[in-house]
Design a protein around this ligand. Structure first.
Ligand SMILES: Cc1cc2nc3c(=O)[nH]c(=O)nc-3n(C[C@H](O)[C@H](O)[C@H](O)COP(=O)(O)O)c2cc1C
Length: 412
């Protein structure tokens, strides 16, 4: 080689040097370094006060069910088919008669504004953009009407806990119907609250109590604290003036559930709910084939195979391990939803292959909200969609109809 060595080095440098444009938006800047749900979780852990992160991330007792919910997906392997022309993929579907861009629902989560002041409004807008249903919890921190207004053409579901005050439940469901909500989840795994020991250790109360520990935690997480202090106080927006805490007395979530939730809830109450709600009813928290069968006999539209993300009964069975036997029993008599432990598009494909009609997620979007606000939830939904499409392409499945039990097996 000849010529000026400096000029040669410059030419070589120029051929490889690439500089990203500087991202002005801090949330999007953070997201540039994120590649997975686990990365979002780490980012949320850094940005949120420890008590807030643990409320979202934690599970019941020894957190064995929390771990196995997602761990079970790593016990499943694919039986990929090749040479199938996967140039066109279709992951769209219909959920309760409404088109959805993919078979994914955002599960209800309580106290969502604890991660970000926009709370459920940010989540529902992201769900609408992604073309999938979002669910608002009874313990939500944005009102039924506000969420509907933020997502006027999208699908929104409402989740109910049965309060001892049955009139309150009726009123909430009537408001959801008037606001155009498309389905009701009735959560049936929360007769009492699971013992979430991270929250016990941290003394989590509702509303959050400002003690010296919280103040130090807040000072160490200034971005979260700034957002929290600049927004209106967090309340259970749908039960304002009825059973919400008034801010003068803080109690634990367990005390709240024990005093307000109706432990006498039984199968007869499906009929009661049906008497004032004529849309789809999904029982959320079915954990045995026997109960799935009984749910179908009770006439529900959907079966939410779920253990509340491992937050209730530790050592409950994992949703993905129940899908195949439940689907075999109920067939097409009800929509089967697999909720718990899903962290990747490939997990969605695995659940569908065992027979789920649709899957649902909780922590991933809650942590995404804590990590990077609304753009974080957009990022997550795109990550799950592209992950699902990539898995299908690598497995030779072109449509949801081609995802069946031949595609997966439990590892030996
Ligand atoms: C912080 C948090 C709050 C939750 N709040 C509710 C709730 O108010 N109502 C409900 O039915 N389920 C609630 N869940 C359970 C979720 O709806 C869902 O079943 C669970 O998160 C799924 O597991 P995953 O987090 O592994 O995706 C909550 C879950 C989390 C993590």
């Amino acid at each position: 080689m000849s010529g000026n060595p400096i000029a040669r080095m410059w030419r070589t440098f120029r051929s490889v040097a690439q500089f990203d444009t500087f991202e002005l938006d801090p949330a999007r800047r953070r997201l540039k370094k994120v590649a997975s749900v686990e990365d979002l979780r780490r980012l949320a852990k850094r940005r949120l006060p420890a008590g807030v992160f643990d409320y979202i991330d934690g599970g019941a007792e020894d957190e064995r069910t929390l771990a196995t919910n997602s761990g079970d997906f790593s016990r499943i392997e694919f039986r990929p088919r090749v040479l199938r022309d996967v140039s066109q993929l279709d992951i769209s579907t219909t959920i309760f008669g409404r088109p959805a861009a993919m078979p994914l629902i955002l599960s209800p989560t309580g106290f969502t504004r604890i991660a970000h002041s926009q709370g459920e409004l940010a989540v529902t807008r992201a769900a609408a953009r992604a073309g999938i249903p979002h669910s608002l919890s009874t313990m939500g921190t944005r009102s039924i009407e506000e969420v509907a207004a933020a997502n006027p053409h999208g699908a929104t579901w409402f989740q109910i806990y049965t309060w001892k005050d049955r009139g309150l439940v009726r009123d909430l469901v009537a408001r959801a119907a008037a606001a155009g909500y498309g389905a009701v989840w009735l959560t049936v795994d929360t007769a009492v609250l699971g013992r979430r020991e991270r929250d016990v250790r941290r003394g989590l109360t509702l509303p959050p109590k400002l003690g010296p520990r919280t103040l130090i935690d807040g000072a160490l997480h200034p971005a979260w604290t700034w957002d929290f202090l600049n927004a209106e106080p967090i309340t259970f927006a749908n039960v304002v003036g009825r059973h919400e805490q008034d801010g003068t007395s803080a109690i634990s979530l367990a005390e709240h559930v024990a005093s307000q939730f109706d432990q006498a809830l039984s199968w007869d109450d499906i009929e009661w709910l049906r008497s004032f709600w004529d849309g789809p009813i999904v029982l959320k928290g079915i954990q045995t084939v026997a109960d799935a069968k009984q749910a179908v006999a009770a006439g529900v539209t959907g079966i939410g195979v779920s253990n509340h993300g491992g937050r209730q009964l530790d050592d409950a069975p994992t949703p993905v391990s129940l899908i195949e036997p439940i689907k075999q029993e109920v067939g097409d008599q009800a929509t089967v939803i697999c909720d718990g432990g899903i962290r990747r598009g490939s997990d969605i494909v695995k659940a569908l292959a065992f027979g789920a009609d649709v899957v649902a997620i909780g922590r991933p979007y809650f942590l995404a909200l804590g990590a990077a606000g609304e753009p974080g939830v957009d990022w997550l939904l795109d990550f799950l969609r592209t992950g699902m499409e990539r898995t299908m392409a690598l497995c030779g499945a072109r449509s949801l109809g081609e995802i069946d039990c031949e595609l997966v097996a439990w590892k030996r």
